[in-house]
Write a protein that binds this ligand. Sequence first.
Ligand code: NBX
Length: 833
Amino acid sequence: IAKPQATRKVPRATNNPLPRANDTDTLALEILEKLTYSLGKTTSVARMHDWMDATCLAVRDRIIDHWIASTQKVTKEHSKRVCYLSMEFLIGRLLRDAINNLGLSEPVKQALARYGVDLDLVELLEPDAALGNGGLGRLAACFMESMASTEVPAFGYGIRYVHGFFRQEIADGAQVELPEDWLAHGNPWEFERRETAYEIGFGGKVTMVEEPGRPPRYVWRPAERVLAVAFDTPIVGWRGKHVNTLRLWSAQALDPILLDAFNSGDHIGALLESNRAEAITRVLYPADSHQAGQELRLRQEFFFSSASLQDIVRRHLQTYDSLDNLADKVAIQLNDTHPAVSVAELMRLLVDIHGIEWDKAWEITQATFSYTNHTLLPEALETWPIHLFERLLPRQMQIIYAINADLIRHARLDKGLDDGQISAVSLIDENNGRRVRMGQLAFAGSHAVNGVSALHTELMKETVFRDLHRLYPERIENKTNGVTPRRWLFECNPDLCKLIEEAIGPGFRDNIELLAELDKFADDASFRDKFAAVKLANKQRLAKVVEERLATYVDPKAIFDIQVKRIHEYKRQFLNIIETVALYDQIRSSPHLDWTPRVKVFAGKAAPSYQEAKQIIHLINDVARVINADPAVRNLLKVVFIPNYNVSLAEIIMPAADVSEQISTAGLEASGTGNMKFALNGALTIGTLDGANVEMLEHIGADNIFIFGLTAEEVANARANGHMGQPVIERQPLLRAALESIENGVFSENDPGRYRSLAGSLRDRDWWMIAADFQEYWNTQRRLDELWLDRAKWNTMAVHNTARMGWFSSDRSIGEYARDIWKAGPKSIQAIS
Ligand code: NBX
């Protein structure tokens, strides 16, 4: 009889994660295990993609350990949670973020090296998750990382788009949009939670139900229902201290196949419902400055709002037996008005589903929500035609009317507003064919409303929300944006970090404001030289990318003058390229002068339907083609447009800039965040007094930043006084000549009239004040040229920039939100000063 084999010891059931060592041996083994058992590959047949997946999965296990611990702690302590509702999370790649925040950079690198695999190459294979358009979506991603790093318990709620922001190619100088497909090879970071799914209704009818002895109830019977299924991604904070969840919703049909139709031979019809449902989360709208206006967009907004709120309410009721204390336990932040329908939907859940009395429900709603505004541009403010809203969301429309009635009653009776003021605060715009104003709805339903820079917040009070502000003068406050120093300094500029650490020690990695200690090294010649050497190496890296992608040589010794951001008239890439043309003219007409070599770098996407923005891209490429081919400029000037700007490309570009272009028409850029990333990495800013530039000026000091142009107030006055460009152009020979060459086809010989209307817009109303600001912009650029000749001085200024940008960390922004708006997070964070 065979002796029974000794059984292996099985650990008892436990809530605690498995203990793991962080050494190279352990990691090498774990990566190999993933490769073998999760991917079914041996080292001899594994492709680089398999190594990438295996590495992500091994690192993910480490995150899960911390994730479980974080969740248990928050549950045990009954901590208040922040729910950040955003249509967009522009997260980019996550592997480096995870490895770096877990402190595993070296062991993972070494572990992969054992198999002859280079971590740097592995990292490049991860798709760049582009679930956002630009600054707003990237801010949401920085905030998620900062909330994890500062241990604020948080859920990010958004949409799991199958196709993110489009891929941009340039063909014959023009933008071409191609579909993006980040999920094509699967997504190693996400967990599908099939059990966490909610029904989302659309359309149908509302009926009033009257039962004896009870107040009437409203019952919404939607005509259509789809399922929202949760996909969770863990977001790990600095040093792995805390892990939060990014929960993205994916739409599915309740009945994936209509069997009746299928069995009767209608195979296409059998899939109609699932196609219609899945369409909701298929693609991100690529417009960041015009209202999309389509029904599908409103369906997206309601879909993710309703799913998130149902989830929040359900989770709350798992712990507490009432919703009365909802606002004590959850803070919901609305990232712009895209989730503003949440205000009506939470009211519906509270009143119709959970039987809470209206006034009480309104109190809970207002105490729970807060709203961030990101734009003052009138064409970007969201409104929806009443008939569309009513057809799609009949009960929510009724609720909005009821909220509006209360608001107007209060305004008229308690505050004595007149008819004109009432129509300004009303949730319904009666002047443009009756529309629901989402900004007003978000404002009304929130206890706090914030702008994203000091200037923008003041302008909010004076413009879009002037009358609501008078009605509720305490509600608007400022929360200046920030960027996460982990991604935007530690990960993208490791050599600079090494140098900083040599100078001031490692403390800045845990408290970025300690960068201020670098200030005293600004006058230290040997430090400055090392600082400049790091910059040069970063420029060489970018030059290599330019060479690979554009087959154009750029000299890393020239000034790298960079403008990267969405293409928009108000951001004034046009001003930059006109200045470039003027400089080209000057170099050719005065070749004997001592011109400072410059490389003008542009990148950014235009909304597919934004014709003027697409023309600007075309012009930049046309100008680049002509200048780069002209031997007369002798490499003193190069122009490059790098296609497909995204988060990963930004990580290469930010550390490589000498000059950062932040030149929006004053009053129009709510904050900007690229401005912060550049300056943190030691670029000198040329910019207008707009958005957060104003606060950067205060922190960095006027001696270390190049400010020019009209102020927001001067722009408003000039517009009010009927400013025209033509008289200004007549007085400025440089501008006049540059504009004439553009409109006469010097850069578009095959289509000489291509830029006539673009240039004409300057002669006319000059709405964006390009002609008005040109001369000062030109003069300021020439001051930069001159400064470049005194490299010691330039480098001193660059060091001051890095040293003084610590305040612009998103940890500081999050601390302020936590303290002033959410009343959540550790006491140490709320005590931020
Ligand atoms: O939000 C941007 C502002 O323009 C920046 O000044 C600011 O720094 C940033 C973060 O606060 N706004 C923005 O990126 N908007 C969008 O991307 C957008 C997307 C969809 C949409 C409207 C706007 N429907």
